[in-house]
Design a protein around this ligand. Structure first.
Ligand SMILES: C[S@@+](CC[C@H](N)C(=O)[O-])C[C@H]1O[C@@H](n2cnc3c(N)ncnc32)[C@H](O)[C@@H]1O
Length: 202
């Protein structure tokens, strides 16, 4: 990969500080965080050095690994690990380490619904009691988008790939409840996104 091929997301640059401000307090007593769908790796390289008490494990489908490795190469941190292959639909794939926090951003509207279900099953069955699951992205409430721009974003997602689309909050939270994940927080974020935080009860 050449320098030109380094992936870049302006959205990550815009949302990393607001996400981190809300996320960090929930991670103070956590030791091993798994990021699902690290994408470019920009969140990982910015969050990990600010959380030196925990290990930040990046992950994604294998095609995104070169970009994540490129970002980690440019911004290494002692507690930031290179990506593991993790497709949530693959039952076998989960890191060996004792993950007690999971973070994922902008994945639920990209994954097919069965993959979103698989992600919740994986997260809830692997997290210990008091483990944290944090999901960032756009969300619908009672069938309503939170903005016109989200409505048009949803239409464009579905037009390009019918399995994609902005998810309904209560359906997402139902998946969480089925896995004993209790909603701690649902924050409105800039650019009409949400930050949802659940804690594993048992
Ligand atoms: C829109 S990108 C978001 C990337 C990054 N988290 C961010 O906020 O910019 C969606 C990510 O979900 C990942 N993804 C899609 N399907 C997945 C699956 N089945 N399992 C794991 N990751 C998946 C993609 O590879 C991609 O990195």
């Amino acid at each position: 990969m050449t320098l030109r091929d380094k992936p870049f997301s302006q959205a990550c640059e815009n949302n990393k500080a607001p996400i981190f401000a809300l996320l960090a307090p929930f991670l103070q007593d956590k030791t091993h965080l798994l990021e699902i769908g690290s994408g470019t790796g920009q969140h990982a390289v910015w969050f990990a050095p600010q959380l030196p008490h925990l290990i930040w494990q990046t992950s994604d489908l294998v095609e995104n690994h070169p970009g994540i490795l490129h970002w980690i190469g440019d911004y290494p941190a002692a507690n930031l690990l290179p990506p593991v292959v993790l497709n949530v639909a693959d039952q076998e794939q989960w890191p060996d380490s004792a993950i007690d926090a999971v973070y994922t951003a902008n994945t639920a509207h990209i994954m097919a619904w069965h993959e979103v279900q698989a992600m919740f099953e994986k997260v809830s069955s692997n997290l210990p009691a008091n483990g944290i699951f944090c999901l960032y992205g756009p969300m619908k409430y009672a069938g309503e988008h939170t903005s016109d721009s989200n409505h048009f974003f949803d239409l464009s997602l579905r037009e390009r790939a019918p399995h994609r689309g902005i998810r309904e909050f209560h359906e997402i939270n139902q998946l969480a409840l089925e896995g004993n994940l209790i909603l701690l927080d649902d924050h409105a974020m800039p650019a009409n996104n949400r930050l949802l935080i659940w804690q594993k009860s048992t």
